[in-house]
Ligand binder design. Structure first.
Ligand code: RUB
Length: 373
């Protein structure tokens, strides 16, 4: 995405690899400061995923892949046995960071598969190649999602989105924001309602910042204002991203997505989920089998922001000792969805058939288009 840093316009990705270093936009600091951090080894990259320096299913999938590449490079002088043990341990460290997004686990598995033949140096090279390929595939997928989704957007549409499923949640362009960017590029007049997305405020801090950077008209709203605008006929469609999509089409996404979907359904507003193949998990049959991350309750009882002195500060918004719960995701059942926007086109009902057909078999030719497009 194009961003303005210190008066200059730069084209940035959410993260990338430079040799054995992983670099990423530190999303914890946005929107008040734009900082790139460097992670020296796979343990630091795992730390960055866990602490949400990088976040969003696609972005953490790529961070996981790059972390595996770092681990392989760290072990390049070891014996085959030691190398295998080291890589497996690194895989476990990365898997333990965040449980919900399918992309992270698939990226780790793709890198492990790349390491199962040849000499140690061949295995290292193959793991690095696999991680770089995930990055290239995701870049391409986001461009295809943009084109497929933009066809759903009519001139003058007001679109609501939840959390951040933009360029920073992926490698570039985004998932939910990609069709919106594309529609604007095609000259359509589009307006975006941005849910603030408590507790971590990904909408307020990141989505609003991305849209501002690109000059796309938007308004930030409190999470509990979405229903008000839907009821008043001011929302034409909802597009969200996803962290894991089960084989039947149930969608795990940022906490609050389910509520938006139910209210959209009640108001007959189309609700679409934009996600690449990496987010579909055919081994999870339905949403109730998806592991939902529960994060530190302090994220609910406190907030980060800029103090009056201009310094980034954490404030307490609840009394000391307040009991809180903090599930990071919820599951939206298929009943509330109109369909999926993927790199292969749209998936409409019956979702389980479309999903199985598209992602449940190996060897689909690149550029293959599902009949729903
Ligand atoms: C992110 C979140 C995003 C999806 C979509 O949660 O729920 O909507 O990950 O991401 P968190 P993508 O901020 O807790 O990681 O656009 O990459 O598919």
């Amino acid at each position: 995405m194009q961003i303005k840093v210190d008066g200059k316009t730069e084209d940035i990705k959410s993260l990338w690899r430079e040799g054995s270093l992983v670099k990423m936009v530190d999303q914890r600091k946005l929107p008040h400061s734009f900082e790139i951090i460097s992670l020296n080894n796979h343990k630091e990259t795992a730390w960055a995923i866990k602490n949400m320096a990088t976040r969003g299913a696609g972005a953490i999938g790529n961070a996981a892949g790059f972390g595996m590449a770092q681990a392989a490079l760290e072990a390049e002088n070891k014996s085959l046995e030691e190398f295998t043990e080291y890589l497996n341990e690194a895989a476990e460290t990365i898997r333990q960071t965040r449980p919900t997004a399918a992309n992270l686990f698939k990226a780790v598995d793709r890198c492990l598969e790349a390491a199962n033949w040849g000499t140690v140096s061949m295995r290292v090279e193959n793991v690095v190649k696999a991680a770089d390929q995930i990055f290239k595939d995701d870049l391409k997928a986001s461009e295809e999602i943009a084109k497929a989704g933009s066809r759903l957007i009519k001139d003058g549409f007001k679109i609501l989105t939840h959390c951040n499923a933009g360029a920073l949640a992926y490698v570039d362009h985004g998932t939910a924001l990609a069709p919106i960017r594309q529609a604007v590029k095609e000259g359509k007049d589009v307006f975006v309602w941005v849910d603030e997305t408590r507790p971590r405020g990904q909408g307020a801090r990141i989505t609003a910042w991305e849209l501002e950077q690109e000059g796309i008209p938007y308004a930030l709203i409190a999470d509990n204002a979405a229903g008000y605008f839907m009821q008043k006929g001011e929302v034409d469609m909802v597009i969200v991203g996803a962290d894991r999509i089960a084989a039947n089409g149930d969608v795990a996404n940022k906490i609050g997505t389910y509520e938006k979907a139910v209210v959209a359904f009640e108001n007959k507003i189309p609700f679409w989920v934009a996600a690449p193949g990496m987010t579909f998990d055919l081994n999870t049959l339905s949403g109730d089998a998806i592991k939902i991350e529960e994060r530190d309750p302090e994220e609910v009882t406190t907030m980060w922001g800029l103090g009056e002195d201009g310094k980034r500060t954490r404030i307490k918004i609840a009394a000391e000792g307040t009991n809180a719960r903090n599930p990071a995701f919820d599951v939206t059942p298929t009943k509330y969805l109109n369909g999926f926007i993927t790199e292969y086109g749209l998936i409409e009902r019956p979702f389980d058939e479309g999903i199985r057909w598209l992602f449940g078999q190996p060897g689909l030719p690149p550029g293959f288009k599902y009949a729903g497009t």
